[in-house]
Design a protein around this ligand. Structure first.
Ligand code: ADP
Ligand code: MG
Length: 209
């Protein structure tokens, strides 16, 4: 269980998060809702240790106490794909697997099957459509079976079939015990995956279930 206690994050005069207290359960998908600028991406960054709270405290529970512990078991998909444009999708996934000490061949086979990558995996990432890029970014983030999975608007660019695949994959990830936290504006997707909802408005939690 990840717990946030009164987390505030300010950027100069901008209050991105204000006194956020909530829990993020393992083996569950927590969906962050809220309008643009409400603090969803900032909350993901704070939970992933990419941003430090200005005030308040986080407890990552069994994931460990140090930033290094958390980052070693973090899967992250933000607005940037983190993929190398001149490598193929396959090479990007194999490289991520190798860096995490996993078998590159097995990682690619599993990723291709889960995200239906075979048709385009062997050409350069820079040639991909928005949705193809997103599928590779998601596959890449999962190669090491992270215990904490943070996804910022993961359905961006995905068609209906790819969204369905993502729903299945996220349920598989929580079934093996992962803590999944994601932001989305897609109400249908949210209703299919949410085990809990944290709603933000101008940096504050307005409801948490
Ligand atoms: P959301 O993801 O819900 O759209 P964000 O977490 O990205 O919202 O942003 C919350 C608020 O913090 C916004 O007003 C945004 O402009 C501001 N913000 C985010 N990052 C920075 C930054 N690096 N510097 C200044 N302001 C920022
Ligand atoms: Mg955002």
């Amino acid at each position: 269980m990840i717990s946030l206690y009164g987390v505030t994050k300010t950027y100069g005069p901008v209050r991105a998060l204000v006194n956020v207290t909530c829990t993020l359960a393992p083996s569950a998908i927590t969906v962050l809702r809220g309008p643009n600028g409400s603090g969803k991406s900032t909350l993901l960054a704070v939970v992933g240790t990419m941003a430090r709270p200005t005030a308040g405290r986080l407890d990552h529970g069994e994931l460990g106490r140090s930033r290094r512990d958390v980052r070693s078991t973090l899967g992250w998909v933000g607005h940037d794909s983190l993929c190398y444009p001149d490598l193929t999708g396959r090479q990007n996934i194999e490289l991520a697997a190798t860096l995490h000490g996993c078998s590159p061949d097995q990682a690619f086979i599993r990723a291709a099957e889960r995200f239906d990558l075979t048709a385009f995996a062997n050409r350069a990432f820079r040639t991909y459509s928005r949705g193809q890029r997103q599928r590779v970014a998601l596959a890449r983030a999962l190669v090491h079976s992270p215990r904490l999975l943070l996804l910022d608007e993961p359905t961006t660019g995905l068609d209906a079939g790819a969204c369905e695949r993502l729903v299945r994959v996220l349920h598989e990830e929580t079934a093996r015990g992962a803590t999944v936290v994601l932001s989305t504006h897609d109400s249908v997707f949210a209703s299919e995956v949410a085990n809990a909802i944290v709603a933000l408005d101008r940096g504050r939690v307005v409801t948490a279930a």
